[in-house]
Design a protein around this ligand. Sequence first.
Ligand code: C2E
Ligand code: MG
Ligand code: MG
Length: 262
Amino acid sequence: VAQIDLALEREELVILYQPKVDLRDGTIVGAEALLRWRLPGYGDIPPSQFIPLAEENNLILDIGEWVLNRVCGDYRKWQRQVANPGRVSINLSLRQLRQATFITRFRSVFTKHEVSPTCFELEITETTLMADTKRTVKLLDELYAMGLHLSIDDFGTGYSSLSALQQFPIGTLKIDQSFVRNAAVDANDATIVKTIIDMGRSLNMEVVAEGVESEHQLGFLRSHRCNFGQGRLFGDAMTADELLTLLTEQRTGQKRLEKLFA
Ligand code: C2E
Ligand code: MG
Ligand code: MG
């Protein structure tokens, strides 16, 4: 895996999109951009296996900017076909957020592609968020002022101070899939999921459940009025063209997921 520094040059990185659906009716309301390293002869390498390396040698900064460029380019293409492709979220790493020129760089990418930052969401993990709260509050306020939507990824796995949480302009909590997995069968996980949903509601935040795989889990989440969901039940990460097909179908009244929501 030593060739990560060449992955960018060799154009071996790809972005796939996982649809995010409204749990009331199954409407696709957006997607999450997920990075893959398509190494010839090996297949797709998941981000967990190369992002930590890329973070060590700061390559994540170039990769992160490449991701944003690719996502903005794809978004622009979708916009020509469907009026509103929804909101697309991008995962950020701590290194990116720490970069002094981060805001300027991101802003110029949106400008270059002529897309509005309001079409995008940045996902930040709890650990990243709490790393240097004072500085992070300022940074997130600036991003929010640009029109970006901000969310906390893998919520429940880290240590969020609730008082700090309230200082951030966070719009969405994403419940980690480890809790969603057994929520319908394990009382403890059920309590955690319910608590996060209630907390999101009282803080006026949207709540997204990650890793929804079964109808059983879907039923549980709907009965507790969780707003949105992502997972294999609705669709795995797919190419930009595949997502466009789903969005186009939806626009013409076809709803693939309708059965699940009857
Ligand atoms: P994440 O942001 O929490 O992404 C959700 C992960 O859950 C993704 O793994 C996704 O493929 C997987 N997943 C989706 N549905 C299901 C399901 O129904 N069941 C199960 N078991 N898993 C499901 P993936 O793509 O391997 O990404 C792993 C992590 O890598 C992401 O976690 C994110 O933290 C990071 N990552 C991905 N893309 C980027 C990127 O462009 N930049 C940065 N900095 N990190 C990224
Ligand atoms: Mg994420
Ligand atoms: Mg997550």
